[in-house]
Design a protein around this ligand. Structure first.
Ligand SMILES: Nc1ncnc2c1ncn2[C@@H]1O[C@H](COP(=O)(O)OP(=O)(O)OP(=O)(O)O)[C@@H](O)[C@H]1O
Length: 296
């Protein structure tokens, strides 16, 4: 069930990122189709989150270009929403209040309320609308973050290890929920994950980054719903894991097919004001760097 349309959502062309003397991304080339679900895997420090920050427009490439629907990426990408491992909910706002942070684009109060409640229903939290984030489990908090991210119907969802802190069962439930919403809302998704099984369970295509370079760009040829018990599933997980773990090995033949570049299309999707993204995303990035400094 790959439900991509023919348009190219993102073109990443010869993108480099350097911090001081350190070259984190080296000439990354990648095309992402509209509606495609991409998983980015790779060892710690290979540049996964850096690539996601560039796509969110939070940082600029040192060289190369990123096009979104054929246009150069704006400074803050108003068409994207971001989810992190930490759901980053505001503790002084209720579940409803936190989700409504993603709704500044909705003018009418009634419409806003209806859309928030529909989405809360969809993520299974309608009865928790008036609860405080601290009273929710980690999985429930991520459901709130997901509802907040999707309220504005973003064309692009950037997921930076959003399920990394959840227990195995909750994690699988969230994978299913994200996949269902992806199928319903038809957004383009880029998921950074350390979990190759998660990547194979969810993505149309897996990108392996190694030392800031694309080492593997492989479609996952399994239909949804994917069963972890299928031999093909286990085989793909094994092959990709060996690629992740063994930098010296050549990519397996079965994983080496690269997508043919499609023509660029100007998207007809709604352009959001991006104002609320700016705000949320800025505060989130600040805390991401805080976490990085303190926990790495
Ligand atoms: N603002 C920054 N200044 C300097 N170095 C940075 C900055 N951001 C990232 N780096 C470095 O760039 C490299 C890649 O970081 P990045 O977070 O993209 O890796 P990652 O693959 O997402 O890692 P992980 O899986 O551990 O989150 C790391 O060595 C990191 O320390």
């Amino acid at each position: 069930m790959s439900r991509t349309n023919q348009g190219i959502a993102l073109t990443i062309r010869k993108v480099k990122k350097q911090y001081g003397q350190r070259q984190v991304l080296h000439e990354v080339d990648l095309q992402v189709k509209s509606g495609e679900f991409i998983a980015i895997v790779g060892q710690s420090g290979c540049g996964k989150s850096t690539l996601l920050r560039l796509l969110a427009g939070l940082e600029r490439p040192t060289a190369g270009e990123i096009l979104q629907n054929g246009q150069p990426l704006k400074k803050i990408n108003g068409m994207a929403r971001v989810m992190f491992q930490n759901p980053r909910l505001l503790p002084w706002k209720t579940v409803y209040g936190n989700v409504s942070l993603g709704a500044r684009h909705i003018q009418t109060k009634e419409v806003k309320k209806a859309q928030i409640l529909t989405l809360l229903d969809r993520v299974g939290l309608r009865t928790h609308a008036d609860d405080w984030p601290a009273t929710l489990s980690g999985g429930q908090q991520q459901r709130v973050a997901l509802a907040r991210a999707l309220l504005s119907r973003p064309p692009l969802l950037l997921l930076d290890e959003p399920l990394g802190a959840l227990d195995a069962l909750t994690r699988m439930e969230m994978q299913q929920l994200i996949l269902q919403l992806w199928q319903e809302h038809r957004f383009t998704a880029l998921l950074v994950t350390h979990d190759v099984e998660e990547a194979v369970a969810m993505a149309d295509r897996i990108i392996l980054l190694r030392n800031g370079r694309v080492a593997l760009n492989a479609p996952i040829p399994l239909p949804h719903p994917r069963q972890r018990s299928q031999p093909e599933f286990a085989q793909l997980v094994g092959e990709i894991l060996s690629e992740v773990m063994n930098p010296a090995s050549l990519a397996h033949q079965s994983l080496q097919r690269k997508d043919e570049p499609d023509e660029l299309h100007q998207s007809e999707r709604e352009i959001f004001s991006g104002q609320e993204t700016d705000e949320i995303v800025r505060s989130l990035t600040a805390r991401t760097f805080f976490d990085r400094i303190h926990f790495k």
